[in-house]
Design a protein around this ligand. Structure first.
Ligand code: SAM
Length: 309
């Protein structure tokens, strides 16, 4: 892979290729000129008491977002995009979809238009006992204004049945699919063939950060919504996944991370990406299907005596 042209900076300057600011994102946002960012892609703290959070209420999430969203909208150019990835807040078994809160605040700004509410589904996570186990989160994609960038051909995925043909009409007998692949849809498990699994213990991208999103996930948004050399912003950098994806896609990047230990991880990953040494799972990798009749896939004999599981 080709070496990226410049190093990682920790102080924001307009000409930087990649800035990983260590500190509060509101300080970074204050330095960014208005209308300077092409895409914001982030996953904010959910205020669910994670190790990096001191807030635990959905109302904290709302208050924080009321402060940051106007700053984000100011920084994004007209025609740019804002992608906000969130899950659920759960208190005493009561679930609040955090994207409802984001949508409500974003809707106060008439220039912001929701283009997709993407379901990101995955196969692994905590097992709930008193409700169905959570296996999806959402990505809200807004544009600032009416016209926007959308490079569908850069993110198409292979069809399940590429040999399918029209069976009637003028095109009867001709292949019905697009040779470049199909639209990945607003459900990002991709489709039945491709998968974007969440970053759990054995994932090649796993770092010490507790809530990474995968590089393949960020790459899809960046490739679809920006051009090479455009500026991508992630105000909540975490382990630096958005920076890595931006570098791989040859976009410029700016982001902030408040905690030193995650900021260090982000720098190491961004440098590895710039050198072409980063390990990541492309979204186009086929889903692993375990072979039949292994100890992993066969129902344990002792279970046959118990009720259906
Ligand atoms: C959900 S994580 C982001 C994970 C990231 N998408 C990744 O793939 O690694 C949110 C991150 O925001 C950081 N953070 C929280 N408040 C912040 C603030 N005010 N400014 C900058 N970073 C903040 C947290 O330390 C945490 O690492």
């Amino acid at each position: 892979m080709k070496r990226w042209p410049s190093t990682i900076s920790t102080r924001w300057r307009r000409g930087n290729r990649c800035t990983l600011f260590r500190g509060d994102c509101s300080e970074l946002l204050g330095k960014l000129p208005p209308n300077s960012v092409d895409l914001v892609l982030t996953s904010p703290p959910y205020c669910i008491g994670k190790a990096y959070e001191n807030k635990t209420q959905a109302s904290d999430f709302e208050t924080d977002h009321e402060a940051i969203i106007p700053e984000i909208i100011r920084a994004v150019r007209v025609g740019g995009s804002v992608c906000w990835q969130v899950g659920y807040h759960v208190t005493n078994g009561v679930v609040t979809p955090l994207d409802f809160i984001v949508y409500e605040i974003m809707s106060r700004f008439p220039e912001m238009r929701l283009r997709n509410r993407i379901m990101w589904t995955f196969g692994h996570g905590l097992h709930a006992a008193e409700r169905f186990s959570g296996r999806h989160e959402t990505l809200l994609w807004f544009t600032k204004g009416e016209r926007y960038e959308f490079n569908l051909d850069d993110v198409r995925v292979a069809q399940k049945y590429p040999g399918k043909k029209h069976y009637k009409g003028e095109k009867k007998g001709a292949y019905s699919g697009n040779p470049l692949g199909k639209n990945p849809s607003d459900v990002w498990q991709g489709c039945d063939v491709w998968d974007i699994p969440n970053v759990k213990a054995k994932h090649v991208e796993k770092t010490d950060h507790p809530c990474q999103f995968p590089v393949g996930f960020a790459l899809r948004a960046i490739k679809a919504l920006t051009k090479p050399d455009d500026l991508v912003l992630d105000p909540f950098v975490g382990s630096g996944t958005t920076a890595v994806a931006a570098i791989l896609a040859r976009r410029r990047f700016v982001g902030a991370e408040i905690l030193a230990k995650f900021h260090k991880i982000a720098i190491v990953r961004a440098e590895a990406a710039a050198r072409g040494h980063i390990r990541f799972r492309p979204a186009e990798l086929p889903v692993y299907v375990p072979p039949k009749n292994t100890t992993l896939t066969v129902r344990p004999r002792t279970w046959n005596e118990s009720k259906k599981s």
